[in-house]
Design a protein around this ligand. Structure first.
Ligand code: ZN
Length: 225
């Protein structure tokens, strides 16, 4: 079973950050637990947000379900954070100084609401310095495939769009998110963007835009072991 592993890039001993491929639908809890076990996490320690495309980011210190939550962060190493995506950007965050870490679901709606900026703000309120925060933008829909109408493209700075068909625009959501992070003090050098496009690479990833409502979900998992 394959998966993406960003642990070495974070370079924090004991910390592991991973992203599944499309072998199973990880919106199904038993599949998510199996994947966690495969990665040597405690499958009973998972934090499972019920995601609603909000900008709600919460500190968590115990496992379980969380209603209306699109971002979680913690400093309790016995719990394991998860979020699910299929085109939306899975954002991994790690303050390498305090070893506080987080997972954020930033689709176009979350990105329009700047959930990434909200997450960094909450890290700062917990006394994290953004200068020590490393970030990974995991596999997501690329600008190559995110063609949208004005109702969506108008929510982002024109600098992040190129022309599409007719009045439509191709929006670079990863570029928007990266700028949201650097605006609040995260260093460019500390941001890794995975170039894999979930829409283009149908052999590896589910894509909500490609498959519609029946699309499965990949899962991002980050924690200690
Ligand atoms: Zn693409």
């Amino acid at each position: 079973m394959g998966y993406k592993n960003y642990s070495d890039w974070f370079g924090v001993e004991g910390f592991s950050a991973n992203f599944s491929f499309n072998e199973k639908d990880y919106s199904i809890l038993s599949h998510r637990r199996d994947f966690a076990s495969l990665l040597d996490y405690d499958q009973n320690a998972l934090v499972i947000p019920k995601q609603v495309h909000s900008k709600n980011v919460y500190y968590v210190d115990s496992p379980g379900l969380l209603e209306e939550t699109d971002g979680v962060f913690s400093d309790k190493k016995e719990i394991v954070l998860t979020i699910q995506v299929a085109d939306c950007i899975p954002l991994f965050l790690m303050d390498v100084k305090t070893e506080r870490w987080g997972l954020i679901h930033s689709g176009w709606q979350g990105t329009a609401k700047n959930i990434a900026g909200e997450a960094i703000d909450q890290f700062q309120k917990s006394r994290s310095n953004p200068g020590y925060i490393k970030a990974v933008l995991g596999p997501s829909i690329g600008q190559c495939c995110f063609e949208v109408g004005r109702e969506v493209s108008d929510q982002f700075d024109i600098a992040f769009s190129i022309p599409g068909k007719g009045n439509r625009k191709m929006v670079d959501l990863r570029g928007v998110l990266k700028s949201q992070l650097t605006e609040v003090g995260v260093s460019q050098a500390n941001i890794l963007i995975d170039d894999d496009c979930t829409f283009c690479q149908d052999d590896l990833y589910f894509s909500y835009r490609r498959e519609g409502d029946k699309a499965g979900r990949m899962v991002a998992i980050a924690g200690w072991r």
